[in-house]
Design a binder for this molecule. Structure first.
Ligand code: SF4
Length: 436
């Protein structure tokens, strides 16, 4: 994959979210994850907790997550007990002793799908062993149609500081065609309540390139988002990993990709960047803009992208701890069964070499648009520009990035295309393997 990445949106992973590629994580390395958890606690290192809630009202046709749309309330409660148990098992490991959470992140799926009673039950259960009372950030992902004002008040009460609303688009035809469970009236209702409840930070998600997207509809989506005035906006470009409904239709029925090509999606993202810049926002990464009217942070992302420890609890969740990447069992019943046996439900892992840790942090931090080379010098004793000289020189010649005053800065085009060229930094034997 290079700067000449194919322009059609074909089936396959495009975005880089971790390193080494997920295909290199193996069951035989799970013992390395357990070893990391048995090390003495590094009490001064930041620690985060990701809580995966895999339930949704409907399955979106572009979704590639492990989600369940058919679980009864009693099954959800079995799952919540498993989450609480998993959290307790981690809290008993040597590496957890005396460590404070810097952030917590409720992701999914749709965390806001569960009821207020279930939410209180989950939080009380988790907080018996690990608390986010002193955390700097607690994010909670919501689907607009699952919210009521009282549920938002509960979220505020349990300590949520950053509410993330999965709006994706405002056009009802597009929302329906892509299998979203909500329509536009639910967006406005939820947003108004969220503002009234007064969360410190509200993020909304948009997707450029949903099925049925047009130039006019995208412009309208950007205009309506600016009108809403959230604190930050995450703008995804649609990709088609193998397990989406759309991808399966392409592979099995031989239909053409119904998703706009990459050049068009980048143009839409570029348009959004310009509009947000003109309305007092700044670009805070390859897919995020934040208002200049107040300080907006995204500690979850920044901690993870600087090699921080994060434990992911829940079916199929990902963790990074003590330089080891690991993932939980994919299957709901198996996940619950293993926890009922008082064991951590780890499925596969990979322990990173020092070089791989450096690459992981470097490629992820490049996605912010700027890299502090002094950080890598201090942490790894490496001048990253020199270490990856041919790649950086090539990208600089392509006008995708440049270097000044100890910073590697991506150009706008570099930012729009960053995931297309990040694999150039991978170790040679990992450049051509399947990513996920
Ligand atoms: S709401 Fe999110 S997690 Fe749920 S099906 Fe849609 S894309 Fe997937």
């Amino acid at each position: 994959m290079t700067v000449d990445a194919p322009t059609r949106t074909e089936v396959g992973n495009y975005f880089v979210s971790n390193y080494p590629p997920f295909s290199q994580w193996k069951p035989e390395f799970v013992s390395e994850a357990l070893d990391a958890l048995n090390q003495p606690a590094r009490v001064n290192d930041p620690l985060g907790l990701y809580i995966h809630v895999p339930f949704c009202r409907k399955r979106c046709v572009f979704c590639y997550f492990k989600v369940y749309t058919d679980k009864k309330s009693s099954e959800i409660e079995v799952y919540l007990d498993a989450l609480i148990k998993e959290n307790e098992l981690y809290s008993r490991t040597p590496a957890f002793q005396g460590r404070q959470l810097r952030f917590a992140y409720f992701g999914g799926g749709t965390p806001s799908y569960i009821s207020e009673r279930q939410l209180r039950y989950l939080v009380d259960g988790l907080n018996k062993h690990v608390t986010w009372k002193n955390a700097e950030e607690v994010t909670f992902e919501c689907e607009p149609g699952t919210l009521q004002k009282s549920k938002l008040e509960t979220l505020k009460d349990i300590g949520v500081t950053r509410l993330s609303l999965g709006i994706e688009h405002f056009d009802d035809e597009i929302l329906a065609a892509n299998g979203r469970a909500h329509l536009s009236p639910e967006i406005y209702r939820a947003y108004e309540w969220a503002r009234a409840v007064d969360f410190p930070q509200i993020n909304v998600d948009l997707i450029a390139g949903m099925m049925g997207e047009t130039e006019e509809k995208w412009r309208e989506a950007v205009r309506k988002t600016i009108e809403l005035a959230p604190d930050s906006v995450t703008i995804y470009q649609m990709e088609l990993p193998y397990n989406t409904v759309i991808s399966q239709d392409i592979l099995k029925k031989g239909i053409d990709s119904p998703i706009a090509d990459w050049a068009t999606k980048r143009r839409w993202l570029d348009y959004a960047f310009e509009e947000f810049l003109a309305h007092d926002y700044e670009i805070a990464g390859a897919d995020i803009v934040a208002t200049k009217k107040k300080t907006c942070r995204f500690i979850y992302r920044d901690a993870l992208w600087h090699g921080g420890d994060m434990i992911g609890i829940g079916v199929s969740s990902f963790s990074h701890f003590g330089g080891v990447n690991f993932q939980n069992a994919h299957n709901f019943e198996e996940y619950v069964r293993i926890l009922n046996e008082d064991r951590l439900p780890l499925l596969r892992a990979v322990s990173l070499t020092p070089k791989q840790r450096l690459i992981r942090e470097m490629v992820l931090q490049l996605k912010t648009g700027a890299l502090d080379t002094g950080y890598f010098q201090r942490k790894y004793g490496v001048d990253v520009w020199e270490e990856f000289l041919p790649v950086y020189e090539n990208l600089a010649a392509e006008k995708l990035l440049g270097r000044a005053n100890g910073t590697i800065q991506l150009t706008r085009r570099g930012l729009l295309e960053v995931d297309g060229f990040l694999p150039e930094f991978f170790e040679p034997e990992l450049r051509t393997v399947r990513y996920a």
